[in-house]
Write a protein that binds this ligand. Structure first.
Ligand SMILES: *Cc1c(COP(=O)(O)O)cnc(C)c1O
Length: 456
């Protein structure tokens, strides 16, 4: 054990994992060896151990470099928080706060009150409420209004949002009867009209955020649905999902309805995420008419879906940048969207100067899954040509910090749009180090060394 602990390839994990984890791993590997009874060289044991420790290290929650060019990346933690939002979290979390305490009156207050005003301002809605995520927001809306009643949804909008969260299943669980109208690809105002009954309580629209229909399609305009709702005295609810607060056309992104537009269209309840195009913490936001939000506030389920003080602090700090008009500079995803091609090209050139086999190429970045998956953004990437791109990408994932890249046409691409300029130096160093470990991993055994070494 002591000898193993002193091995440089093992002791290097001490700072990352702690001595106790390493000891436990050594114990486990030694037990396995004893059980298998095979004679193993000391070197083989060290190698097997360091592979195990590497696996334990990689499985830990840790920061990674998103070089995929996908701006809203659910698997990589969706979106980074603004520095000020991080500071707000630290400030509120490090001590007590007036989370549910009214300092003026000295009595109990509401946690939701801390963001209501700023959300109303950002969306034009009469009232607002925040829960854990947008899936929870949808669940809460349906649970509050739809139990034992009918909800009309266009067939083409009965989507699975991801992670198995399917609108029809949630509807069923909330005790509502789902009335599907239209066909998969076409739905008309008349379809909604014909489905209305005295039991109808909601006309539900869902943003098909993760897929797109093309070709022979027809959808009903929101205005038409709202008009129908007004006439029938039925609320229109819209799950926007990504929930842009600002017009994205200035970033070259196809027109996406903002939350304010949905509210202005007369949609009674709008739900959206805090960590998609808003660029804030994980949260689900419900905005809409005051009487409807008041009913949701009275739903006991709200208590089970409530947000933490850290979320509220980060959300408030993020929303502040929309109020001040400084979101382009302050919110990380908008900084990424604002970066000019020239700027990305200049940074990429510096990468290519240092990394063997690298060149600067044009690339497509994406807003990302669950938001606007098809929205392409012109971008610049560093392309590394290698014999085995999948092995090189694997080496990058093991780098310090881990780098998640994209493979395209046999090349490994590092898209500059999602890499903050502040980490360029570290990323270049990590890529160079990965190049070495990759070359070693694909080098033929020493006896075949006469062959030309693989080129990157
Ligand atoms: C992403 C998305 C959701 C789920 O949002 P979370 O905040 O991840 O729970 C719900 N509805 C739509 C339309 C979405 O795009």
């Amino acid at each position: 054990m002591h000898r193993l602990l002193a091995e440089p390839t093992i002791s290097r994990y001490e700072g990352l994992l702690g001595r106790e984890t390493i000891k436990a791993t050594i114990g486990r590997v030694l037990d396995q060896l004893r059980a298998s009874r095979g004679a193993q060289s000391y070197e083989a044991i060290v190698n097997s151990l360091s592979a195990d420790l590497e696996a334990v290290h990689l499985a830990q929650l840790q920061p990674v470099v998103n070089a995929t060019g996908i701006v809203v990346h659910t698997n990589l933690g969706r979106v980074p928080l603004a520095t000020e939002a991080q500071a707000a979290v630290a400030k509120i979390s490090s001590g007590y706060s007036n989370l549910e305490f009214d300092l003026e009156r000295g009595e109990r207050g509401s946690r939701y009150a801390h963001v209501t005003g700023i959300l109303k301002e950002a969306t034009g809605a009469q009232d607002a409420l925040v829960v854990n995520n947008c899936a929870a927001a949808v669940l809460l809306v349906l649970d509050t209004f739809a139990k034992g009643r009918e909800v009309i949804v266009a067939r083409g909008e009965l989507v699975e949002i991801g992670g198995g969260f399917r609108i029809p299943d949630v509807l069923e669980r909330s005790g509502a009867t789902l009335i599907e109208v239209g066909t998969t690809n076409r739905v008309y105002r008349e379809d909604f009209e014909a489905a209305l009954s005295p039991r109808t309580v909601l006309l539900l629209r869902t943003h098909p955020s993760n897929y797109r229909m093309e070709g022979f399609t027809h959808v009903v305009s929101v205005r038409d649905v709202v008009e129908l709702g007004v006439r029938a005295g039925v609320t229109v609810a819209e799950d926007l999902g990504s929930g842009a607060l600002v017009d994205l056309s200035e970033f070259g992104v196809p027109q996406e309805r903002t939350v304010r537009e949905a509210v202005a269209d007369g949609v009674g309840l709008v739900t959206f995420s805090g960590d998609k195009l808003l660029g804030g913490p994980q949260a689900g936001i419900i905005v809409g008419r005051a009487n409807l939000i008041a009913r949701i506030r009275g739903n006991p389920l709200l208590r089970a879906l409530r947000v933490d003080k850290a979320t509220l602090a980060a959300l408030r700090a993020t929303l502040q940048f929309y109020r001040e008009g400084s979101f382009r500079e302050r919110i990380p995803i908008y900084r990424m969207l604002s970066a000019s091609i020239e700027e990305l090209r200049r940074r990429a050139a510096a990468y290519a100067d240092t990394i063997d086999g690298a060149s600067v190429v044009e690339s497509d970045a994406y807003i990302g899954g669950g938001a606007l998956p098809q929205a392409r953004l012109p971008s610049i990437a560093v392309a590394v040509s290698t014999e085995q791109p999948d092995l090189f990408a694997a080496a990058l994932r093991r780098a310090e910090p881990p780098i998640v890249s994209r493979i395209e046409r046999g090349r490994v691409l590092l898209d500059l749009r999602t890499i903050p300029a502040s980490v360029d130096r570290d990323v270049v160093a990590a890529v160079v180090a990965s190049t070495t470990s990759y070359s070693r991993s694909i080098s033929p055994p020493a006896s075949h060394q006469s062959r030309k070494p693989p080129t990157l």
